[in-house]
Design a protein. Structure first.
Ligand code: PMP
Length: 400
């Protein structure tokens, strides 16, 4: 008898052997301090000790802000808990339109369009544009990589954050190009695992020299830099970046993604981006949450609090002798090999700090790290506990 089924047990075992098996760890709340449980599989969740969370992208701590919660509740009560259909059918609401107006204002563009996730925004936008060639930074997010694959585009990967490398790849490719080709350059602005920032202006220059379009993914920058806009606004480049894209799920404490750009771009995407057309509209409470969070991010003091916490942690960790990469609110504490990162991570966990180690294949071999993500709502006691835990963990693991 033939067996044309799927041997998932074997596949999982192979992942385990390759150190690629992942586990879920349910949290009691999305908050600076919370309790976690081991994956209960199908059983009941049993939460353990309270931990301080330094691994979340809820950078401004707005996921449990009362003002954001009230906006979410209001939208659920007055509009509905779900959009009920694609935006193109009956799922388009005033809450979506208000959020899109605010995003366009923040991003200094004509219009914006929200998707049900940042992932959906990337794959939908790249496939809809249907580029012949994509020039993509070597460290770009998986949703960009998947967008390129799905678009079946020729993808040229250029060295990370290296505008000169991009330029020479474009020069080389231009030799065999024909006049009807369309080129797209894609980069994250803030890289989530390295905390570093793409040289957007130099990338704009390179793209402009070849008439290529530029898409910048501001997932980790929206709500945080400049007036909440991101790196593109900080550098004064809104009129030079064709497509500003990001997520509502990090500093904006919600769910969903967005694209901001000129009118024809948005009109084209809402007609052709399959992850927009054939997917239910973003849930109205999520749209309302993101809108309120964007307003708070732009007008309140959360950003100042975040930067103060970032500075305290960066200075404290560097004073101990740790190497911290990057120049942003994401602090990658570099530890080298996988085993060292695991040893430090285990000790941090035992000391009540939730900041999981990041290791290959997520990052290159020899650059395992703990990604410390401070939040605006961490207290000085939280920061002190984190620094103490790092000091002890580093000494015990022999890295300090
Ligand atoms: N782009 C980048 C750079 C990201 O880091 C992420 C999320 N980790 C996404 C896109 C996807 O966003 P979402 O989680 O909203 O799907």
């Amino acid at each position: 008898m033939s067996d044309f089924g799927f041997d998932l047990g074997r596949r999982l075992h192979e992942r385990e052997q390759a150190n690629l098996r992942r586990e879920l760890t349910p949290a009691k709340a999305v908050a600076p301090q919370t309790r976690f449980a081991d994956d209960p599989k199908a059983g009941d969740v049993a939460f353990g000790e309270q931990k301080v969370v330094f691994g979340a992208n809820n950078y401004l701590g707005l996921a449990n802000d009362d003002r954001v919660k009230r906006a979410t509740e209001r939208a659920a009560r007055t509009v509905g808990t779900g959009a009920g259909a694609s935006r193109l059918v009956t799922g388009d609401t005033g809450v979506h339109r208000a959020l899109e107006r605010d995003l366009a204002d923040c991003k200094e563009t004509e219009r914006a369009l929200v998707f049900s996730s940042g992932y959906a925004a990337n794959i939908g936008t790249i496939t809809a544009l249907d580029p012949d060639v994509v020039f993509s930074d070597a460290h770009n997010h998986a949703s960009i990589i998947d967008g390129c694959r799905l678009a079946d585009a020729e993808t040229v990967v250029y060295d990370h954050c290296d505008a000169e490398a991009l330029r020479s790849q474009m020069a080389e490719r231009a030799d065999t190009a024909n006049d009807s080709e369309a080129w797209l350059v894609v980069t994250d602005s803030v890289f989530s695992m390295g905390g570093d920032v793409a040289p957007i202006e130099a990338i704009c220059d390179a793209a402009a020299d070849y008439g290529a379009w530029l898409l910048v993914d501001e997932a980790h920058a929206t709500g945080i830099f400049d007036d909440g806009g991101g790196i593109v606004q900080r550098e004064g480049l809104s009129d030079r970046v064709d497509i500003q894209l990001g997520t509502l799920s990090k500093a904006l404490a919600s769910q969903g993604g967005y694209v901001a750009g000129d009118g024809p771009l948005i009109e084209f995407l809402l007609n052709t981006a399959r992850s927009f057309v054939f997917s239910t509209g973003l849930a109205p409470p999520s749209a309302a949450a993101a809108r309120r969070a964007l307003e708070i991010a732009r007008t309140g003091d959360k950003r100042t609090q975040l930067w103060q916490n970032v500075e305290t942690l960066r200075e404290g960790l560097e004073a101990m002798g740790y190497t911290i990469r990057g120049e942003t609110h994401i602090l990658p504490v570099m530890l080298g090999d996988r085993e060292t990162a695991m040893a430090v991570g285990d000790r941090l966990e035992a000391a009540g700090i939730a900041a999981p180690p990041i290791r290959p294949p997520t990052v290159p071999v020899g650059t395992s790290r703990i990604r410390v993500a401070p939040m605006a709502t961490h207290t000085s006691a939280d920061l002190a506990r984190c620094l103490d835990a790092f000091e002890r963990a580093g000494e015990e693991a022999g890295v300090l």
